[in-house]
Design a protein around this ligand. Structure first.
Ligand SMILES: [Zn+2]
Length: 285
């Protein structure tokens, strides 16, 4: 992958197919993750194959990481004005918990969350996080799910989530991590995509058997978009299960001989929109 394949340099036509509905139209920008996940400031970032031990960010994104990849209708009528609003409630709640002094217990139950909207918000941002329209069975199943409010999440998919405490953003689409050796630090293997950002990280996994002891947001979903559900959050999931050790900020994509890392990552040429970045501060605006 050459350097200029990063999202900002990508010469995508303004008029192109929407990554979500496939309509040929003028494309609009989508912040991934959304602005309310502290992704609104100018930031430095690297693309997937520019990761080094000594992190030096080589590109600058003005006003946060964003992709010009979806049409105004998908962006404004569904994602931004509708599904993201419910996702923001979850982000605000966790922000409050982690910035309020006091001891944090291990689990909370978030009550009355319109979880089908939250799940579609996350899936929508995953779909947006590409520099090109891709026709594939996996992508189409995600599109159908996003666009049809009465569908259950596509089977064979998981939407794993855990608390993320770093001021780093990692966006990865379609890689396959493989782990050899010690299984006590398991990783979700399969075709995975990741959005890591404070306060929650999400792993969208296709045909993955091991949840790595994480909750799956799709397990709480139902066929009625307006259903209110109680979802569980492990507030200590920023650590490896039953360990005191903090997860690596690029987990599960940190390649290392260390037992917490992944042994290899298979990267497809569809991963060109992937981005690593650092947020300047996590203060609420
Ligand atoms: Zn669209």
């Amino acid at each position: 992958m050459e350097k200029n394949r990063s999202y900002a340099k990508e010469k995508r036509n303004i008029n192109d197919r929407c990554n979500i509905c496939g309509g040929l139209t003028n494309l609009t920008w989508d912040h991934v993750p959304p602005k309310f996940c502290f992704n609104s400031q100018s930031t430095r970032y690297n693309s997937l194959l520019e990761i080094h031990e000594k992190q030096q960010y080589t590109h600058i994104a003005q006003n946060g990481i964003k992709y010009r990849s979806i049409c105004a209708k998908c962006n404004n009528e569904l994602l931004g004005s509708n599904y993201d609003k419910e996702f923001k409630k979850l982000v605000d709640l966790l922000y409050h918990i982690y910035t309020t002094p006091g001891k944090i217990g291990q689990y909370i139950e978030v009550q009355g969350l319109e979880v089908n909207k939250v799940a579609r918000a996350i899936v929508g941002h995953f779909l947006a996080a590409r520099n090109e329209y891709i026709e594939s069975k996996v992508e189409n199943e995600l599109r159908d799910y996003f666009l049809n409010p009465s569908l259950m999440p596509p089977k064979d998919f998981k939407l794993l989530y855990y608390v993320y405490i770093y001021n780093t953003i990692m966006i990865i689409r379609d890689v396959a991590p493989k782990k050899f050796g010690k299984k006590e630090y398991s990783i979700p293997e399969g075709l995975i995509s990741c959005i890591n950002t404070f306060p929650l990280a999400f792993i969208l996994a296709h045909k993955c058997k091991d949840n790595a002891e994480l909750y799956d947001l799709f397990d709480f979903c139902s066929e009625n978009i307006n259903d209110k559900k109680d979802i569980k959050i492990n507030l200590l999931s920023y650590k490896y299960p039953n360990k005191e050790r903090l997860r690596h900020p690029y987990w599960p994509c940190n390649i290392s001989d260390d037992e917490t890392g992944t042994s290899i990552i298979l990267v497809s040429n569809k991963a060109n929109g992937s981005v690593f970045s650092q947020i300047r501060d996590l203060k609420k605006k």
